[in-house]
Design a protein around this ligand. Structure first.
Ligand code: FES
Length: 333
């Protein structure tokens, strides 16, 4: 469900299984389809249906066919006007022996002092500091925007839900991105690294051509992704990671569903549940795997956290009190 009532005039149209899809430009295919209540993107060789799961390019469950190109990740690909998108089929298009040999010596070579792989918080700050100190720095990221999973920015100001208009995470991310862009580092986005031949030698595809990066030093800051707990039904379309659901809302202004159960472990679930509820979803509960903390544990760990990371402690209290105020139960154990 797209939570903006009036779509921006800058909208596009494409088709999914020959059905017309209309969406704000800049949305990923997965966000556009989710906004149109289309949640089945792929069929396995057994005929099982799959949908968006990780929402960050890792799990491969969202692979669709776009304009005859198979295995396109719907969560990582921007929807294009006029595209014809179909449910993906599970098949490998070519075996390794059928693939033509590649001569990497023919590729353009880039030789920075420092190569940073990943433009999330860690990669961005490392690259900024190195570039500000005078190094020739190249930053590569698979996404089409800087900030990574934590500081991901909305694709346009038109998609930010009102409840997130003054969000601190967005503004911290903007500062980080500004610093990186002003640091003198070369930032290339939408890049796939497909080969690593030595600790400082990588083959990449930038969407137009292959290149070889040979750096004096490399920082790999590719971040983390969530580990989904396998339970019956966990692969059904409509079941996704908390990060995937949050990215859908924060980057594209799209609710991943209307009626949502947030289940798992950790504070991200509380944050995501509150953001989804404030943006208009019905959040039936947060089911927390851990046992309910005792008053003593709350006091001692709360005090420790309050001293070492007061901002995080305040955030935690805000999430819990916000959920309580909005009638979302948190169930432990
Ligand atoms: S790769 Fe797209 S949902 Fe995981």
């Amino acid at each position: 469900m797209n939570i903006k009532k009036q779509p921006d005039p800058d909208f596009i149209r494409f088709s999914f299984e020959n059905r017309d899809i209309r969406c704000q430009s800049g949305l990923s295919i997965a966000a556009a389809l989710t906004a149109a209540n289309e949640i089945e993107y792929r069929k396995t060789s057994c005929g099982d249906k799959r949908g968006i799961f990780c929402g960050m390019g890792v799990c491969q469950e969202c692979r669709v066919i776009v304009d005859d190109e198979s295995s396109v990740r719907a969560c990582m690909t921007t929807a294009r006007s006029g595209s014809r998108v179909f449910v993906g089929k599970s098949r490998i298009s070519a075996s390794f022996s059928e693939m033509p040999a590649t001569d990497i010596d023919a590729f353009e070579t880039v030789t920075p002092d420092l190569l940073v792989i990943g433009a999330g918080p860690a990669g961005s700050i490392a690259a900024s500091i190195a570039a500000e100190a005078g190094l020739d720095v190249a930053v590569l990221d698979e996404r089409h925007s800087v900030g990574g999973q934590y500081y991901k920015q909305p694709v346009s100001s038109n998609v930010i839900p009102e409840s997130l208009a003054t969000d601190r995470q967005f503004s911290e991310g903007r500062e980080l991105i500004k610093r990186l862009m002003q640091s003198g580092a070369s930032v290339q986005l939408g890049v796939q690294i497909w080969g690593a031949f030595s600790p400082n030698e990588f083959a990449i595809y930038d969407g137009g051509k292959n290149k070889i990066y040979r750096a004096r030093r490399t920082i790999v800051a590719t971040g983390a992704y969530e580990r989904g707990l396998p339970i019956p039904g966990w692969t059904l379309p409509g079941v996704m990671t908390t990060g995937g659901a949050q990215a859908m809302l924060r980057s594209y202004g799209v609710l991943p569903g209307r009626r949502i159960l947030v289940a798992g472990n950790g504070p991200l679930n509380l944050q995501a549940a509150l953001e989804l509820r404030e943006a208009g979803a019905e959040v039936v509960a947060v089911a927390e795997l851990a046992a309910k903390p005792t008053v003593g544990a709350l006091l001692s760990s709360g005090l420790r956290m309050g001293l070492s990371a007061p901002g995080l402690a305040i955030d935690g209290i805000r999430y819990l009190s916000g959920l309580k105020k909005l009638g979302v139960p948190v169930i432990y154990d």
